[in-house]
Design a protein around this ligand. Structure first.
Ligand code: SF4
Ligand code: SF4
Length: 174
């Protein structure tokens, strides 16, 4: 199984002139720094691609759910339980993530961690961070140490939260 975990841009070129950026950032790719993302090249915008926001299977961490719920969205509106016990983003009847308006992500600043890291995902078979084959422009994203490190945190956290939910369910049945 592959865990979908886009690093779009939080600081765009036009918002952050090169002269304002620390020197080391000038040599990074889009995914080089994904928490409070700095990016000099927006692959998704360049290609006008929104593919991964359609039929999304993005898994959610508790902190993602709490953050989005804090914006005033009902958990039931945006999340579903998957058959294997995880919680994932919901798609609308139009087949896109409930937060995608057909043009853009409407919760961009608060999107799930997995969306920030995508198309870098964790491949459970190889236990490695990889570029998702479903992203048509995956080769333009860096498989950086930062992405790998963050996936190394997100993946066990997803498993831990799943197991806690399962434990709580069993207790309530007993
Ligand atoms: S599929 Fe790839 S290029 Fe397209 S929006 Fe997602 S991450 Fe960006
Ligand atoms: S939360 Fe935003 S970035 Fe993530 S799948 Fe939905 S629309 Fe796309």
């Amino acid at each position: 199984m592959v865990f979908p975990i886009c690093s779009y841009i939080d600081i765009h070129m036009e918002e952050a002139p090169l002269s304002d950026l620390p020197l080391f950032l000038l040599f990074t790719d889009c995914n080089e720094i994904t928490d409070g993302v700095f990016c000099l090249k927006n692959v998704c915008k360049t290609h006008s691609c929104v593919s991964c926001c359609y039929h999304t299977e993005m898994l959610l961490l508790r902190e993602d759910i709490d953050r989005i719920a804090g914006l005033g969205f009902d958990e039931q509106f945006f999340s579903i339980s998957t058959p294997d016990g995880f919680i994932a983003l919901k798609n609308s009847r139009m087949g896109r993530c409930v937060f995608h308006d057909g043009t853009k992500c409407t919760i961009y600043e608060n999107r799930p961690k997995g969306c920030k890291l995508y198309p870098i995902i964790f491949d459970e078979d190889t236990m490695l961070a990889v570029r998702d084959e479903l992203c048509p422009y995956r080769s333009e994203f860096a498989l950086s140490h930062s992405s790998k490190r963050q996936l190394g945190i997100v993946y066990p956290q997803l498993l831990r939260e799943k197991s806690q939910r399962n434990g709580a369910e069993k207790e309530s049945i007993a």
